[in-house]
Design a protein. Structure first.
Length: 151
């Protein structure tokens, strides 16, 4: 499976939010952009559909930024890809009405594969991604637990 560059970057941004802020501590877009080597404008463009889908929430003010709108356990990879309009999350069109039987057979098989992929992506969450990232010994600068926002 190959993700679009935008989807890959959005997943990295959500993972960054999960590691550095969560649902309570806003993370400035500039900090995420710096850590993930992304442009600020590009990142803000990616966060818009995630905000519309209810996956991230903006915080205004001097210490503003973005937080996760839901717990990482409640954000599925399929939901993220669907919010971004990634083709991986969109089902293929059914065969034409008068399609030959071979086309119908191919469409049925592709439909089964898509259903399996969708089920897999719905079962994988941002929490799973965070756990995989934390298991990587090269991950540093991310708080492990108890990262709270205080004034």
């Amino acid at each position: 499976m190959r993700l679009r560059a935008q989807s890959h970057a959005a997943l990295r941004a959500l993972l960054d939010l999960s590691l550095h802020g969560g649902t309570q501590s806003p993370v400035p877009v500039s900090d995420i952009a710096k850590r993930q080597a992304l442009g600020v404008a590009f990142l803000e463009q990616l966060l818009r559909p995630l905000k519309r889908a209810g996956l991230v929430a903006p915080w205004r003010g001097m210490k503003g930024g973005y937080t996760l709108a839901k717990a990482p356990e409640d954000i599925s990879l399929h939901g993220v890809l669907q919010a971004l309009g990634d083709p991986v999350a969109r089902p293929a069109a059914p065969p034409a009405r008068n399609a030959p039987p071979e086309a119908e057979a191919v469409a049925a098989l592709v439909g089964r594969a898509e259903a399996g992929l969708r089920a897999l992506l719905e079962g994988l969450t941002l929490a799973d991604l965070r756990a995989a990232a934390r298991a990587n010994p090269r991950l540093r600068d991310a708080p492990r637990a108890g990262a709270g926002f205080s004034i």
